[in-house]
Design a protein around this ligand. Structure first.
Ligand code: 6PG
Length: 263
């Protein structure tokens, strides 16, 4: 009997918008579209937020009218794609940024928020605990998919000027992690540990949206989307959600070096 071929494909789309304000609006609209579908289908949305500076204004927009009224936020479960290994009230903390920009303004219930436990003094322990947290949540809320790897409805990602995403930095150890869902990652250039979701779980999401803005990203974005495939050097290239939708939401300054081929 012939083996059944499953065509698991990544539907990749590049959306170029005029400027950062338009990117914020488009990202907020996409978040709500995905939330509406997931909540209608299974009663909840699981999302992993991106850190850094680009997404902050997207989160603030979602927490303001008219967007805030369009989602039942008690049905949204917030995880984080990565975290700096700092206390949760540090100015560096991705959790703190999200808490200020969207979680507190929307009054998201604490039981819907899953920060990395960076208070412990071992990044590997933090990562191990986070994996348990993810698995515990998804086991409890199994939505009929017997996935060995939990499937987020939506993962938001940024891309650094060096091509990193989440805290998966070029030539860093966590790029090779193919079993664990969360890992500690020593980042040489920062001389610091980060903790991050790994490619197995990123590439199992139903939707991944990269948020990339600013002319300073243009060269790297063109290399990631149109250059040679070299994910050790450009980790963002490794994000290809199997059987999922991948959207690169970029503003015109960041897209200025893209050719027609990839648009
Ligand atoms: C972080 C992020 C990181 C970020 C990129 C882009 O912890 O900083 O997770 O991956 O998304 O560095 O950051 P900007 O959006 O601020 O350029």
């Amino acid at each position: 009997m012939a083996a059944i071929e499953y065509n698991v494909i990544t539907v990749r789309k590049i959306e170029i918008v005029e400027d950062k304000e338009e990117l914020n609006r488009r990202a907020a609209e996409s978040f709500i579209e995905i939330a509406d579908e997931a909540i209608a289908r299974k009663g909840s949305l699981t999302t992993a937020l991106a850190g850094g500076s680009t997404p902050r204004s997207v989160y603030e927009l979602l927490a303001s009218e008219p967007f805030k009224a369009r989602v039942d936020w008690t049905r949204v479960y917030f995880f984080f794609g990565d975290e700096r290994f700092v206390p949760p009230d540090s100015e560096e903390s991705n959790y703190r940024m999200a808490r200020e920009a969207i979680l507190e303004p929307l009054g998201v219930p604490p039981e819907n928020i899953f920060p990395w436990e960076t208070e412990c003094d071992d990044p590997a322990e933090t990562a191990s605990r986070y994996e348990k947290t993810i698995r515990r949540y998804f086991d409890l809320h199994k939505s009929g998919e017997n996935d060995h790897i939990p499937r987020f409805d939506l993962i938001l990602l940024g891309m650094g000027p060096d091509g990193h995403t989440a805290s998966l930095f070029p030539f860093s150890p966590a790029l090779r992690e193919n079993e664990k869902l969360a890992a500690a990652n020593w980042v040489e250039k920062l001389e610091a540990f980060r903790v991050t979701l790994t490619f197995p779980i990123l590439n199992h999401a139903a939707n991944v949206i990269f948020l990339v803005a600013g002319v300073e990203k243009a060269e790297t974005l063109a290399a990631v989307l149109e250059g040679e495939f070299n994910p050790d050097r450009l980790p963002s290239q490794e994000v290809e959600p199997l059987d999922g939708r991948l959207v690169w939401l970029v503003d015109r300054p960041a897209a200025r070096l893209l050719t027609e081929e990839s648009i």
